[in-house]
Ligand binder design. Structure first.
Ligand SMILES: [Zn+2]
Length: 334
């Protein structure tokens, strides 16, 4: 069975911590940034031409003004520190469930800088090591990298080859013309993401608004998915809070007529309804006419014990499946 690739944007982090992080801090600073990062004092020294309080607008302007170099580096440091400080609440979040809804053949490619997805990965790893790969397309405050051996993992991990601590990865800041080639780690993530999208059976876009400063990113994603005519049996899903018409317009080059699912929340997505068997279930439903029971998946407000009860039969089945064979149709309604 081919891969399920999930692309994450800021909306996914908001869905993961709707009431803020463990200490009530909000996840998104894209709007109202100056206040949230206490930048009033620093920015009072420069006269911003933009009236916007959106990070991308402010950053792009400072970046283009050489005299603002110092302010820009303070802004970068504050952003880095702010995102580094975020912590997952103790109870299971949508990020935990997202990670547990996929297996090692799958990939989560995220545009987010916050450490929450990686924190979720670390605690889900206590339940199973059959987990998806995580690629950080704009860098991440919790991701470390060994340039020499191309190994990556959380910043507190060591490189398995040279046994040195992994160095923090750089963040790719929001300027219109982003250079995806310059940083070794980010370049590698893009190459891997393009390859895996090309070879995926399912693609889900979760909370990614494709902002105008990400034009290049969006065209890379569309190019990797390739010719829609050849993708007519595959499935694209979008989890977002924008309305369906706006979504269809935005992702028109990715979506083939009726072969898509659109939902406002994770629990109604294929990932939430058919965790750990999304590709198997969708293949069986659309190609083999085997109907699926969509009531066996994750539910909002589940405790860790309930999550474990939900996934343990699936994990057991995975252990019993010979390497290279497909997992059984766990969600079959028959
Ligand atoms: Zn190394």
């Amino acid at each position: 069975m081919r891969a399920h690739t999930v692309i994450l944007g800021a909306g996914a982090t908001i869905a993961a911590i709707p009431k803020g992080d463990k200490y009530g801090r909000e996840s998104s600073v894209m709007n109202g940034l100056i206040k949230k990062l206490h930048l009033e004092d620093i920015l009072s020294k420069v006269e911003l031409k933009t009236a916007s309080d959106n990070l991308e607008d402010i950053y792009s302007e400072l970046y283009l003004r050489p005299e603002c170099k110092e302010v820009l580096s303070i802004l970068e440091q504050r952003l880095y520190d702010y995102f580094s400080s975020l912590q997952l609440p103790d109870e299971p979040t949508v990020y935990d469930l997202l990670i547990l809804s996929l297996t090692k053949k799958d990939v989560i490619a995220t545009f987010n800088w916050d450490p929450l997805l990686l924190q979720a990965y670390v605690r889900c790893h206590d339940l199973t090591n059959n987990l998806p790969h995580i690629l950080c397309l704009h860098g991440n405050v919790a991701m470390g990298y060994c340039k020499e051996h191309k190994e990556y993992g959380s910043t507190d991990a060591i490189c398995p080859v040279c046994h040195k601590f992994l160095s923090p990865t750089k963040l790719l800041y929001p300027v219109a013309d982003k250079d995806y080639e310059k940083d070794d780690y980010i370049k590698g993530c893009w190459e891997a993401t393009e390859w895996v999208i090309e070879n995926s059976y399912m693609l889900t876009i979760f909370g990614y608004s494709a902002p105008s400063s990400d034009k290049k990113a969006v065209s890379l994603l569309k190019k990797s998915w390739g010719d829609l005519e050849k993708r007519n049996l595959e499935e694209v899903s979008v989890i977002d809070i924008i309305d369906e018409d706006a979504m269809l317009e935005k992702w028109s080059e990715l979506i083939y007529t009726h072969h898509y699912r659109y939902t406002n929340d994770f629990y109604n997505s294929y990932l939430g309804m058919f965790p750990r068997r999304t590709c198997e279930t969708i293949f069986a439903t659309f190609q083999l006419n085997v109907w699926a029971d969509n009531q066996k998946g994750f539910k909002p407000g589940m405790s860790w014990d309930e999550v474990k009860d939900k996934i343990s039969p699936l994990i057991k089945e995975e252990h019993e499946t010979p390497e290279g064979k497909n997992y059984s149709l766990y969600y079959s309604a028959i």
